[in-house]
Write a protein that binds this ligand. Structure first.
Ligand code: ZN
Ligand code: ZN
Length: 448
């Protein structure tokens, strides 16, 4: 049967209609709505400063500084903000810097946060701007490296401040640019809050980026709700009078007691914790003893405890305290327990996230470039800000084109600098779009 024998104009029209539906539907579905006019301005301004911001990022990368010692970086940030004409406050919570941009239109106060600290890691990349800096940690000399991308986060903060200050007559409200110290120590954000970073201007929403070592530039990960875990710690010391290894009945053996504690805690998770409550207890430190035939006078255990939510962390603390007390008492072992709450779980406000995702899809070029990720049990101290103010952290792909993945906190971590221009455009558009929403369409507080 010849095809031409079945040809008719009606069918051709139907086919054309089907074809156009098939080709345009994914575009519509992938968020290819019309871009607002100021996106063009953001793109032009980003293109104009991209090389300068990349140069600054390389400079910061070559001169990394540890938590609360970010003096050079903070001075660079403050100087850059000043040149942009922002109102600047320095020395907040140590080395933190706040830049305030007052837009030309009425609108809300919003904030963007970037962290500035580096890690005590000896860089092993062959980048021309690789860090050669050294630092003494515990009396030992080690290298210093921006191995978590905080040099990029700081550069993005400067880039977005530069773009929005150059179009400030179109910016609604006030934008705060928060350069934060000591993320890696988990308390820089808390120190800035305690030091009144939002004393004069209280933002109603705060946004941040973290580099993503699993995605290529142009892609981003997001997690609604809990994205990172409570990072709590306990220090346990099990005591004994010590004795001869051949006479174990004459004293408490703190190694045996400590071993029971480790196993009882793992059993507690599997038997006492709701399977839906993500929980990790890792005893990462267990030190005791000096010889095969001596029962030591103490065993030291230290653990990290990960969970989501305030209630869950409080319940876990009770269960861990009770388990340790039970084991130690049953062996007649005196003990000391020091339980500390650390960085709280990072909570991405779901409605705030939902409000900015269409912007992100538009800027990145489609919904398929925005990928929902699973929550992690890692910690991120942006959580302190996001507890006070509805907040969202997006993860920005930085894997270079020639690599499958790269790894933060590794001496060989490298990032695709194409992500810098993308991140500047993305955050500038997020802030502009969100600030332009009428107050009834913006998120107000928490509904937890
Ligand atoms: Zn890190
Ligand atoms: Zn980090």
């Amino acid at each position: 049967m010849k095809i031409s024998a079945r040809f008719c104009p009606g069918k051709l029209l139907l086919l054309l209609l089907l074809f156009s539906l098939l080709t345009t539907a994914p575009l519509l579905a992938s968020g290819q709505a019309k871009q607002p006019l100021y996106y063009q301005k953001i793109s032009e301004l980003t293109a104009a400063i991209e090389a300068e911001i990349i140069a600054i990022r390389r400079d910061i990368h070559a001169h990394p500084e540890l938590a609360f010692q970010e003096h050079r970086t903070a001075a660079l940030v403050a100087d850059y903000f000043q040149k942009l004409g922002l109102e600047v406050r320095t020395g907040i919570g140590g080395t933190g810097v706040l830049g305030v941009l007052k837009g030309g239109l009425p609108g809300p106060v919003l904030a963007m946060r970037g962290d500035m600290d580096a890690l005590a890691i000896t860089e092993e990349t062959d980048l021309p701007f690789a860090s050669r800096e050294k630092v003494l940690v515990g009396g030992r000399e080690t290298g210093l490296m921006h191995a978590c991308g905080h040099d990029i986060h700081t550069a993005l903060l400067l880039g977005v401040a530069a773009v929005l200050s150059r179009m400030k007559s179109q910016v609604p409200g006030t934008i705060l640019f928060v350069a934060q110290p000591a993320e890696e120590w988990g308390d820089g954000a808390q120190k800035m809050l305690q030091d009144g970073v939002f004393r004069d201007y209280k933002p109603e929403a705060i946004f941040a980026f973290h580099v993503d070592d699993t995605l290529k530039a142009g892609y981003a990960h997001y997690v609604p709700g809990y994205a990172g875990a409570n990072c709590d710690t306990f220090f346990l010391s099990i005591k004994s009078e010590g004795g001869h290894g051949a006479d174990p009945d004459q004293c408490v053996d703190p190694i045996v007691v400590g071993s029971h504690v480790v196993l009882a805690l793992q059993a507690m998770i599997s038997r006492e914790i709701d399977v839906h409550d993500h929980t990790v207890i890792t005893v990462g430190y267990f030190h005791a003893g000096t010889a095969t035939n001596i029962i030591p006078e103490k065993a030291e255990l230290r653990a990290t405890v990960r969970s989501y939510g305030d209630e869950q962390r409080t319940r876990l603390k009770e269960k861990i305290t009770r388990t340790i007390a039970g084991i130690c008492q049953s062996h007649g072992a005196p003990y000391e327990l020091d339980y500390q709450f650390g960085t709280p779980a990072l909570y991405n406000h779901p409605e705030l996230l939902a409000a900015i995702l269409p912007t992100a899809a538009l800027v990145l070029g489609g919904k398929d470039r925005l990928i929902e990720d699973r929550p992690e049990m890692g910690g991120e101290d942006f959580s302190y800000f996001a507890r006070e103010i509805p907040g969202v952290m997006l993860s920005l792909g930085v894997v270079p084109p020639h690599l499958e993945k790269t790894a933060v906190h590794s001496p060989t971590f490298i990032a695709d600098e194409k992500a810098i221009g993308i991140g500047i455009r993305l955050m500038s558009a997020i802030l502009m779009d969100y600030a332009r929403k009428p107050s009834g369409q913006r998120v107000s507080g928490f509904k937890k």
